[in-house]
Design a protein around this ligand. Sequence first.
Ligand SMILES: Nc1nc2c(ncn2[C@@H]2O[C@H](COP(=O)(O)OP(=O)(O)O)[C@@H](O)[C@H]2O)c(=O)[nH]1
Ligand SMILES: [Mg+2]
Length: 325
Amino acid sequence: MTEEFEGMEQLRKIQAGDVRTASRLIRNLEDELPGAKNAIRRIFPHTGRAHVVGITGSPGAGKSTLVDALIASFRKQEKTVGVLAVDPTSPFTGGAILGDRIRMQRHAEDPGVFVRSLATRGALGGLSKAVGDAVHVMDVMGKDLVLVETVGTGQQEVEIINHSHTVIVVLVPGMGDEIQAIKAGIMEIADIFVINKADRDGSHQLESEIMSMLNMVSEFQGGWRPPIVRIGNCFEPGPFGESLEELAAVIGDHYRRLVETDLLGDRMKRKTMVEIHEALRDAILAPILKEMTESGEMGEIAGRLLRKETDPYTIAEEVARRRLK
Ligand SMILES: Nc1nc2c(ncn2[C@@H]2O[C@H](COP(=O)(O)OP(=O)(O)O)[C@@H](O)[C@H]2O)c(=O)[nH]1
Ligand SMILES: [Mg+2]
């Protein structure tokens, strides 16, 4: 009864936009505390209002600088903004995220802006799950937009970005970024390309590379051909500001297109599929792995594999037969 009451209180506070309650819940989700899962059960029915925008690109591509500027443009339109900065790539990124916090500090006093960061990799798929759940929290807080900034280099990052309705891929001339993004399958899910630091050499070549890649696509979902937005030097406020307004407008256009063509439902489904996968992994695979590790079975299997006494597929079938029937 009291737990139920506390849960309802927590939901009410989050819906009222209470920063402390929301922050605590996000931290508990990141730490995978059991009570946090119950909180998600309670808030889930109230989600689905926010426009979730993922921003991905290599470290140093200028994503946080863009996010900071986007917050300002959306605030001018009187929209409220949640920001989730995710950096799973390195144990040393605490500093970078701290830097982001300081940079975004100018928005700290603004009750219409809520910025959090997530960094721990945690268990299997844990980070992507924490991101999905933190997005739900910001959604229920009533944020009109939730911006998710993440480094785009691997499979896990693609999962993170699939929590978004609109995906922005940030590329920088001369970094060989596009090759990495292609490998990770990020180009396919881009809705908007940003060529950042477009004042640099090679920006036109990068643009024509993206164009020729897009020219190979025979049909775009909802007739949306991902636009390419060039953004100049952030230290030249005039042109930078203008290109930022353009980016903010394109983000709005994409959302309207999603709604008009009913593609929003598809994106929500994509997001839901990721969440189901994560929840199943959590409920089925994670406990099996944990038990096998703790019992020493995993070590034994590794030994058998190294001695070539068996192979991973045979092992997987054996485990499935034993545990899933
Ligand atoms: N020259 C130049 N530097 C930039 C620009 N945008 C960002 N930077 C710098 O690039 C570095 C990384 O930017 P940051 O936004 O943290 O990139 P992130 O790692 O993608 O989030 C910072 O030192 C920024 O000041 C730009 O347009 N031109
Ligand atoms: Mg950053």
